[in-house]
Design a protein around this ligand. Structure first.
Ligand code: ASP
Length: 355
C-alpha cells in the first residue's frame, strides 16, 4: 500500500515528459523520503572526493580531521540556507571551507601536475535559470569556486581558463595568491612516488602513468563539491578540484565541465561528481543523472545509481556523485570503496559518512 501511495505521489510530481515511462520504474523511495511540492525542504549535501578509502586505511586522528571538516562545511552551508541565503551561496560557502583546508584536493590541498605545478578547476551552476560558470587551469586563485561564480554572474561567458581567467579574477578583486600557497608536503610526496614508479617502468611509460594515477589512493582523493536546495525551491551545484596527481600540464578534468562534473536544473536535479575525470567527461555524468530523471522519470537515487553503478562501472571508470532533486530528495552513489560525504538529514542534523 505504502509503495502504491509512493508511486502515485511520485507520478503527480513528475515532469510531463516522464509520466509515460513512470510505471516501468522500480525501487521507489519510501514515502518518508519524498517531500511534497507544497512543503519543500532545505537540502544540502557535500562531498570530499571518492576513491580507495578502505576501513583502517585512515588513522583515527586523520579520520576525525576529515569528519570534523566535512561537518563544519555542511553545517555552514545549511545555516546559510536557514538564514534565507540562496543555494548558490550555500554551495560557495561550503566549497570555500573545503578549498581552504589542506585535507582536500581543491584549493590549498590541490594535487601536483607532472611538472610539479598546481592547476585548479571549478564550476558552479544555478538550477533556476541554468546559468553556469567554470574555470580551469588556475595557478593563483585561492578559491576557484568564487571565480567560477564570478564568471557566471559578472561575465558574458560560461568558461574561462588560465591567465585570462586570473586576469578576470584580479579585475573582480578576487583573491590571488603566490603559486607556492598550494604547495603541501603530502601532495608533493604523492607526485614523487608516481614519478619514481614511472621511471622504474620506462618501457611502458604511458600505460603505467594512467594506471598508477588511477590506482594510487593518495593520488586524487579530495575533489570537493556541493548541491543545495534553498527556500525558494532553487537548486545549485558546484565542484572544485586540483585534478589528478601527475596529470599532464594543461589537462582539464570533468570538474569544470558543465554536464560532466556539475549540473543543475530545477526541473530535475543538481549534481556534483568526483572520480576519474576522463570517464565522467565521456559519459557526461552530471547531465546524464538529470536526464534519467527527465526522460525516464527515475527517482534521483535510481538515476544516480544507474549512471554510476551501471554506465560508469561498465566503461571502467570509478568515482561517485551527490545529487538532489527539487523536493530535497537525495541521491548518493559511488562505485569506489569510499566517498567522503556529508548531508543534512530529514531531522535537520548533519551526517558524515566515508565508507
Ligand atoms: N574528477 C577529478 C578530475 O578528474 C578528480 C577527482 O574527482 O578525484 O579532475
Amino acid at each position: 500500500m505504502k509503495q502504491l501511495l509512493a508511486s502515485l505521489f511520485l507520478l503527480t510530481c513528475l515532469p510531463l515528459s516522464g509520466i509515460v515511462t513512470a510505471q516501468k520504474v522500480s525501487g521507489f523511495p519510501s514515502l518518508q523520503q519524498l517531500q511534497s511540492p507544497q512543503n519543500p525542504r532545505l537540502g544540502f549535501i557535500i562531498h570530499g572526493g571518492a576513491g580507495v578509502i578502505s576501513k583502517g586505511s585512515l588513522t583515527p586522528e586523520k579520520e576525525k580531521e576529515f569528519r570534523d571538516k566535512l561537518s563544519e562545511a555542511v553545517l555552514a552551508g545549511y545555516k546559510a540556507l536557514q538564514a534565507g541565503k540562496s543555494s548558490l551561496d550555500a554551495v560557495e560557502i561550503a566549497i570555500k571551507i573545503l578549498e581552504d583546508s589542506p585535507l582536500f584536493n581543491a584549493g590549498k590541498g590541490a594535487v601536483f601536475t607532472n611538472d610539479g605545478k598546481n592547476e585548479l578547476d571549478a564550476s558552479i551552476m544555478f538550477g533556476k535559470d541554468q546559468t553556469a560558470g567554470a574555470v580551469a587551469g588556475l595557478r593563483r586563485v585561492k578559491n576557484p569556486i568564487t571565480l567560477a561564480r564570478a564568471v557566471m554572474e559578472k561575465s558574458e561567458h560560461v568558461m574561462m581558463i588560465g591567465e585570462g581567467a586570473e586576469k578576470f579574477a584580479a579585475e573582480q578583486k578576487i583573491e590571488l595568491v603566490d603559486p607556492k600557497y598550494f604547495w603541501t608536503q603530502h601532495r608533493w610526496d604523492a607526485l614523487q612516488k608516481i614519478l619514481k614508479e614511472e621511471a622504474e617502468k620506462k618501457e611502458k611509460v604511458k600505460r603505467e602513468t594512467e594506471k598508477s594515477a588511477s590506482e594510487e589512493p593518495a593520488n586524487r582523493f579530495g575533489t570537493v563539491g556541493a548541491v543545495a536546495l534553498d527556500k525558494d525551491g532553487n537548486l545549485a551545484a558546484g565542484t572544485s578540484t586540483g585534478g589528478m596527481t601527475n596529470k599532464k600540464y594543461g589537462r582539464v578534468g570533468d570538474a569544470p565541465i558543465i554536464g560532466a562534473g556539475t549540473y543543475a536544473n530545477n526541473e530535475t536535479c543538481a549534481v556534483s561528481a568526483t572520480g576519474w575525470g576522463e570517464f565522467f567527461i565521456r559519459i557526461g555524468v552530471a547531465r546524464d543523472v538529470c536526464a534519467q530523471m527527465e526522460y525516464r522519470a527515475l527517482p534521483v537515487q535510481n538515476a544516480a545509481d544507474l549512471v554510476i553503478k551501471q554506465k560508469l562501472q561498465k566503461m571502467g571508470g570509478d568515482g561517485g556523485v551527490i545529487a538532489m532533486d527539487r523536493f530535497g530528495n537525495m541521491g548518493i552513489s559511488f562505485n569506489s570503496e569510499g566517498m567522503y560525504r556529508a548531508y543534512i538529514n530529514i531531522k535537520g542534523e548533519p551526517v558524515v559518512e566515508i565508507y
